[in-house]
Design a protein around this ligand. Structure first.
Ligand SMILES: Nc1ncnc2c1ncn2[C@@H]1O[C@H](COP(=O)(O)OP(=O)(O)O)[C@@H](O)[C@H]1O
Ligand SMILES: [Mg+2]
Length: 259
């Protein structure tokens, strides 16, 4: 009697254990599935973000070219015509004054157009390549902010295709904008060099240093965009506070990346 009760108890315990493990197995399978789905949508989001970046850059390039080639040419022609008119001596004093005013307006329209087109797509990138574009960026940054900025790089190593050049330029541009806006720095150093088939990029400032909680601010897209650009090119990025702020990026360079 005692033995059979024991057996029954043992069997029921076994049944409960089997049932429990089966349930746990099911739960495990379910959570693995959820995790897989999460990973899949995460990687789709990444691809979407990279595709959007590319579209955005293409559009910017297109608008900049239209502005420069189309509107820029028109304004230059208008200015030429105005100069012809001014040279015809039979103008009244009032007409001459009006023409001088028109010339000044045309000149400032051309300057604005160059600035707007240049912000959309730096001409230096198309005309001189990445090294030249970074050098212009560095120079403008120094002039505008009075903060010393050095560029340690080699033109040959920065001969890269448009995807890489544009991404690296935009990353440097965002980092420098952040330094202007947030860092209170006195010195900035940009360095880019190739080693073991990868490009190593460091941007360092000696400012107040980025705070831990600043790195994941949901509402600011500068650092997020920077990371997305690096990940889209299969690179990695670390941002640390070392008294100032140091951004370190490693971008693997496939042979096709070299222009
Ligand atoms: N070089 C820097 N020095 C100090 N703080 C920085 C620096 N770069 C970024 N930060 C901090 O990180 C935050 C996030 O930067 P970002 O994503 O570019 O957003 P935003 O510039 O629009 O505020 C900034 O708001 C700022 O507080
Ligand atoms: Mg920013």
């Amino acid at each position: 009697m005692g033995r059979s009760i024991q057996t029954i108890l043992l069997l029921s315990a076994l049944a409960v254990t089997i049932r429990l493990s089966w349930r746990m197995g099911q739960q495990y399978a379910r959570s693995t599935r959820v995790q897989e789905q999460l990973e899949q949508s995460y990687s789709q989001l990444r691809e979407l973000s990279a595709a959007l970046q590319t579209i955005r850059e293409e559009e910017r390039k297109h608008i900049a070219r239209e502005l420069h080639d189309d509107l820029g040419q028109l304004l230059a022609t208008l200015r030429g015509d105005l100069a012809l008119l001014q040279r015809q001596g039979n103008n009244s004093a009032a007409a001459r004054k009006l023409q001088r005013g028109m010339d000044e307006l045309l000149m400032s329209a051309i300057t604005s157009l160059r600035r707007i087109a240049g912000n959309l797509r730096p001409r230096a990138l198309d005309e001189g390549g990445l090294y030249f574009a970074l050098e212009s960026l560095r120079h403008e940054f120094e002039q505008r902010n009075g903060i010393a900025c050095t560029l340690d790089a080699n033109e040959e190593e920065l001969t890269l295709d448009d995807d890489y050049s544009t991404a690296i330029f935009r990353i440097a541009q965002e980092a420098l904008t952040n330094i202007t806006r947030h860092a209170e720095a006195r010195k900035v150093a940009l360095s880019l060099y190739r080693q073991d088939g990868a490009l190593h990029i460091t941007i360092h400032d000696d400012g107040r240093g980025i705070a831990e909680q600043d790195m994941d601010k949901a509402s600011s897209f500068g650092l997020i965009g920077m990371r997305e650009r690096v990940w889209a090119l299969h690179g990695d990025i670390a941002i640390i506070n070392d008294g100032g702020t140091r951004i370190m990026i490693r971008l693997p360079l496939p042979p096709s990346a070299t222009a």
